[in-house]
Design a protein around this ligand. Structure first.
Ligand SMILES: NC(=O)c1ccc[n+]([C@@H]2O[C@H](COP(=O)([O-])OP(=O)(O)OC[C@H]3O[C@@H](n4cnc5c(N)ncnc54)[C@H](OP(=O)(O)O)[C@@H]3O)[C@@H](O)[C@H]2O)c1
Length: 278
């Protein structure tokens, strides 16, 4: 693990795994920015680190203009970002639309992280920066319908749309790793394992006895953000502090990654930054 002080952005830092990541890096004297929607929870976190090293940036991932605005605010605050950790995510079981009118699991979990990345690339440390994207074992359902990614032409299925969004996270890693291969930026995915957080709030009650907590779920992102052996090394799928072999072949497919990229750009076209990679 690194002893250097890094500037780290964590999305969805207000609860669960994201909060555990923020608190870990703040306690280790890194400069931490985190996004969320809940100002009161954000205040609880920032006030525990009163020396100003932790900054809350409001951002609603259900609104592309909010994501772009947050990126501009971040770029104005910091000269250089060392680590971008995509953690914000939701699991909607019933169909809903974001403020942009897009199915929520697809928009919040995949499209908004992609948009935020595109906006922040100009400030990302090109020599040794890292992008970490939180996926899930749910990607193993191998669900991807690029003709109907919002499930508008078939009965809505929240397990399918969430699982698809987590496969999209891995395909985004494949695409970004390829686009950034001439830079020093490493792009990797993590999966937190099954840990007790608010992600499952729409699924009824469950017995969580014996399951790890959010701090355990944060281990993979912390490792991917700082492990020296991962500097300049992209395309890993990490659980805790090691590569997880349980990534399905679909999630490595560069053709699918290209197709998803094109479909996603069409959704994002009115909100893209002037400068694009590739
Ligand atoms: N827990 C698990 O077992 C598990 C397993 C596999 C993968 N994951 C992944 O881990 C990540 C973190 O989830 P978690 O388990 O820690 O869940 P969580 O406790 O519900 O935290 C989710 C975070 O994402 C933010 N978020 C949700 N919807 C948002 C939106 N529309 N705009 C902006 N921010 C939004 C939340 O902010 P607000 O406070 O504003 O709602 C919160 O900070 C997710 O990507 C999830 O898919 C979790």
């Amino acid at each position: 693990m690194t002893s250097e002080s890094l500037t780290i952005l964590v999305t969805g830092g207000t609860s669960g795994i994201g909060r555990a990541i923020v608190e870990h890096f703040a306690a280790n004297h890194h400069r931490v920015l985190f996004t969320g929607r809940n100002a009161s929870r954000a205040h609880d976190i920032t006030s525990a680190f009163p020396d100003g090293q932790v900054t809350y940036i409001p951002a609603d991932f259900g609104s592309f203009s909010s994501v772009a605005e947050a990126a501009k605010q971040i770029a104005a605050l910091i000269p250089r970002l060392d680590v971008l950790i995509h953690n914000a995510g939701t699991w909607e079981m019933a169909f809903s639309e974001t403020r942009d009118g897009i199915e929520t699991n697809f928009a919040v979990n995949h499209l908004s992280p992609m948009l935020l990345t595109l906006w922040l690339l100009p400030v990302l440390n090109t020599e040794s920066g890292r992008i970490v994207i939180t996926s899930s074992g749910a990607h193993r359902r191998n669900i991807l319908d690029l003709e109907d990614p919002e499930w508008r032409r078939k009965p809505y299925d929240g397990v399918a749309t969430y699982s698809q969004s987590k496969l999209c996270n891995l395909l985004l890693v494949v695409k970004l790793a390829s686009l950034l291969s001439r830079t020093g930026i490493a792009v990797n995915a993590v999966h937190p394992g099954m840990v007790h957080t608010e992600l499952f709030r729409n699924m009824g009650s469950r017995d969580w006895t014996g399951y790890p907590d959010a701090r355990d779920g944060a281990r993979g992102a912390i490792y991917a953000a700082t492990a020296p052996e991962l500097a300049h090394s992209s395309g890993h799928y990490i659980y805790r502090e090691h590569d997880d072999p349980n990534r399905t072949p679909m999630a490595w497919d560069p053709n699918l990654a290209d197709q998803l990229w094109e479909v996603s750009l069409r959704y994002l076209k009115a909100f893209l930054p002037g400068q694009m990679p590739g």
